[in-house]
Design a protein around this ligand. Structure first.
Ligand SMILES: C[S@@+](CC[C@H](N)C(=O)[O-])C[C@H]1O[C@@H](n2cnc3c(N)ncnc32)[C@H](O)[C@@H]1O
Ligand SMILES: [Zn+2]
Length: 307
C-alpha cells in the first residue's frame, strides 16, 4: 500500500521553523516524511532526527529519506525525545516539530483497525505494541468505557454505547471495527446518525486511550522544550480541541512572566517568561486547504520561540 500523507498547514509550519542550513532539527512525528523532507532539503551541515513510534512509518521513512545523509531515524515515542536525541549525540535543537495524531496511512490501512469504514481487527496501536482497542472493549467495565468515551470523544451517548458494548460482548467478544461500529449505531438514537458517522467519536476516544495520546503529548511538549536551544522554535499541529487545549496552556505557561499581584511595588516571584508565542491565536488552515483536504478542518498550528 502506498504510504501517502498530505501534510496539513505545510507551508506555514516549515516557514515558522525558520530553518537554518546548519541547524539541528527534530521531527517527533515524521510519519510519511512530508515535513521531514522539506526540512532535510534546507540543511547543509545541519542535522534532522526523524522520530515516529510506528515501525511501519520508520521503515518507509528510511526508504524515502535515505538519500539525505543529514537525516537520522528513531522508532520511539516522542515523549522519549531526550533519550533519542542523546543516542545521536544531540544535546540541543534549533527547531522541533510535532504533527500530532494519526497519519492517513494509518487510518487508510484497514489492517491497523483505526477506521470504521473498513472491517479489520480492532487494533489502533500506533506502535503496534501494548494494549489494543480490542482488549479495552472486551475487558473494561461499562463505567470505565463510558468515562473514556465522554472524556476523549466528548460523546453525548457514552453511557448507552458503553452499555451496548458490554451487552454485545456477553454473547461474543467484540473483535472487529465494523462489529464495534454496528454496536454504536444500534446504541444511539436514529437522529445521531444524521450528524456524520455515529461511531466517529467512539473510535477517536478509544484511539486516544489506546495510545495514551494526551499524556504523551504533555510529556512530549516538556521533552521538546527542554531540548530547545535559546532562540529555538517549537511548532505543534493538533487536530482536535482536547489536544489544542494542552498545547495552548503549556505554551501560555512558558510565556508567563511575573505573577505577583499588580499592587506589589517590586517583583518577589522572580518569574521570567521562558518563551514567546509566534502567533497569538495559532494558525488555522485556509478555506482553500479545508476545501482540498477536509481532514485539515480542525487543525491548528501553535509555535513558540524559547528565550
Ligand atoms: C499526522 S502524522 C505526521 C505526518 C508527517 N508530518 C508527514 O509530513 O508525513 C502523525 C505521525 O505521528 C506518529 N505519532 C503520533 N503520536 C506519536 C508519539 N507519541 N510518538 C511518536 N510518534 C507518534 C504517528 O505514528 C504518525 O505517523
Ligand atoms: Zn513577580
Amino acid at each position: 500500500m502506498e504510504f501517502s500523507h498530505r501534510p496539513v498547514l505545510f507551508r506555514e509550519t516549515i516557514e515558522s521553523l525558520a530553518i537554518r542550513p546548519d541547524g539541528i532539527y527534530i521531527d517527533g512525528t515524521a510519519g510519511g516524511g512530508g515535513h521531514s523532507r522539506a526540512i532535510a532539503e534546507k540543511l547543509t551541515t545541519g542535522r534532522l532526527l526523524a522520530i515516529d513510534q510506528d515501525p511501519d512509518a520508520i521503515r518507509v521513512l528510511k526508504e524515502r529519506l535515505g538519500e539525505y545523509p543529514c537525516v537520522r531515524f528513531a522508532q520511539r515515542n516522542f515523549a522519549e525525545m531526550g533519550e533519542a536525541a542523546a543516542e545521536q549525540d544531540i544535546s540541543g535543537a534549533d527547531g522541533i516539530l510535532l504533527d500530532i495524531g494519526v497519519s492517513s496511512f494509518q487510518v487508510d490501512n484497514p489492517e491497523r483497525g483505526f477506521s470504521f469504514h473498513h472491517d479489520a481487527p480492532l487494533d489502533m496501536r500506533m506502535s503496534k505494541e501494548g494494549v489494543s482497542a480490542r482488549d479495552l472493549v472486551n475487558t473494561m467495565t461499562w463505567q470505565e468505557l463510558a468515562g473514556i468515551l465522554s472524556r476523549y470523544g466528548e460523546e453525548k451517548y457514552a453511557k448507552s454505547i458503553a452499555q451496548g458494548i458490554v451487552r454485545a460482548r456477553e454473547k461474543a467478544p467484540v473483535e472487529t471495527t465494523l462489529q464495534l461500529a454496528e454496536i454504536v449505531k444500534a446504541s444511539v438514537p436514529a437522529k445521531a446518525c444524521r450528524e456524520g458517522h455515529p461511531a466517529r467519536k467512539t473510535f477517536q476516544a478509544l484511539r486516544i486511550q489506546v495510545n495514551g495520546e494526551l499524556d504523551r503529548l504533555s510529556e512530549g511538549l516538556d521533552a521538546a522544550f527542554s531540548l530547545l536551544k535559546p532562540g529555538g522554535r517549537l511548532a505543534v499541529i493538533t487536530f482536535h480541541s482536547l489536544e489544542d487545549r494542552i498545547v495552548k496552556r503549556r505554551m501560555a505557561d512558558w510565556c508567563t512572566g511575573c505573577i505577583c499581584p499588580p499592587d506589589f511595588p517590586v517583583c518577589v516571584c522572580g518569574r521570567k517568561p521562558q518563551a514567546e508565542l509566534l502567533y497569538r491565536k495559532g494558525v488555522a488552515p485556509s478555506e482553500r486547504e479545508v476545501e482540498e483536504n477536509p481532514r485539515s478542518r480542525s487543525a491548528r498550528l501553535r509555535v513558540c520561540v524559547k528565550l
